[in-house]
Design a protein around this ligand. Structure first.
Ligand code: KMH
Ligand code: ZN
Length: 270
């Protein structure tokens, strides 16, 4: 089986300090959290930027500062979000792609997102994909619902994405696909052969789906963006604590961990 790629999703756009007192918000805090996750075994860091008030921002400059600060500490793969927050415009969301990161997320459809709607029209999915291709940025295709996989396949047909695709199944968002083992199995069956995939289980779905993915040969995403708890009613101390637990389970299951260089090879990054 391929070595395991662990992604740390450090901050997200929705989580607050009230929910998780140790949520990294400033570029320095995000870079430090990325480094701790790298030390704990993560090879990709999924980043959402926040402004000086701690609100989500898709500012090119803030992402640039975060990228530089992370790269000064370690060679973890920097993966900015193009999902941003539900209220960001598509133009705002696309800004971090101009930094030419090795990867960036690409949500492939619209869904309910708690009380909100996460809007990804066909027009903008294609615009995002086209710009990523022009700049040599590998998309991590975010799948919140089954139909989004078909949209991703459509990008390949239109020459807007290259195979093998890399998917992230984000399961358990209220209003979208639930975080069950059955949902994960079904999604994995539907992606093109030769694709790579990871799973981000939301809330209490994080650990069971991560364990399932390790057994199935997929990869794993954990972190405060998806889940702020370590156990029932017990807040996690840090993103790195969540990464370290995955590393321990992977070792027990006989799954070796990919370094960032090995992850680059598995994902076909330059
Ligand atoms: N914050 C969500 C609305 C991504 O990072 O690409 C979208 C999101 C997806 O988090
Ligand atoms: Zn995200």
């Amino acid at each position: 089986m391929e070595k395991l790629i662990i992604t740390a999703a450090l901050t997200g756009a929705e989580v607050t300090r009230e929910q998780q007192p140790n949520l990294p918000l400033t570029p320095d805090e995000i870079a430090q959290a990325a480094y701790e996750c790298y030390e704990a075994g993560a090879s990709i860091v999924h980043v959402h930027a926040r402004d000086e008030e701690g609100k989500p921002t898709q500012s090119y400059e803030v992402y640039e500062e975060i990228k530089q600060k992370i790269q000064a500490k370690c060679d973890i793969i920097f993966q900015p979000s193009t999902g941003g927050a539900v209220w960001h415009t598509p133009e705002e969301r696309l800004q971090p792609v101009e930094l030419k990161p090795e990867m960036a997320t690409l949500s492939c459809g619209t869904c309910n997102f708690g009380p909100d709607v996460f809007m990804n029209s066909q027009e903008y999915i294609e615009k995002f994909a086209k710009r990523m291709m022009e700049l040599g940025v590998k998309p991590e295709i975010e799948i919140f619902e089954r139909g989004m996989i078909e949209n991703a396949k459509g990008l390949v047909k239109k020459g807007l994405a290259k195979t093998p695709l890399h998917f992230d199944f984000v399961l358990g968002v209220p209003g979208a696909a639930p975080g069950t083992v059955e949902d994960l199995l079904y999604m994995v069956r539907c992606i093109p052969e030769g694709s790579t995939w990871t799973v981000a289980g939301i809330g209490r779905a994080e650990l069971p789906l991560a364990t399932m993915a390790m057994i199935m040969g997929g990869h794993v995403r954990v972190g405060f963006e998806d889940n702020v708890y370590y156990g029932k009613g017990e807040l996690a101390e840090s993103n790195a604590q969540l990464v370290a637990r995955i590393l321990r389970i992977a070792k027990e299951l006989g799954r070796e961990i990919a370094t960032p260089e090995e992850a680059r090879h598995i994902l076909g990054l330059k």
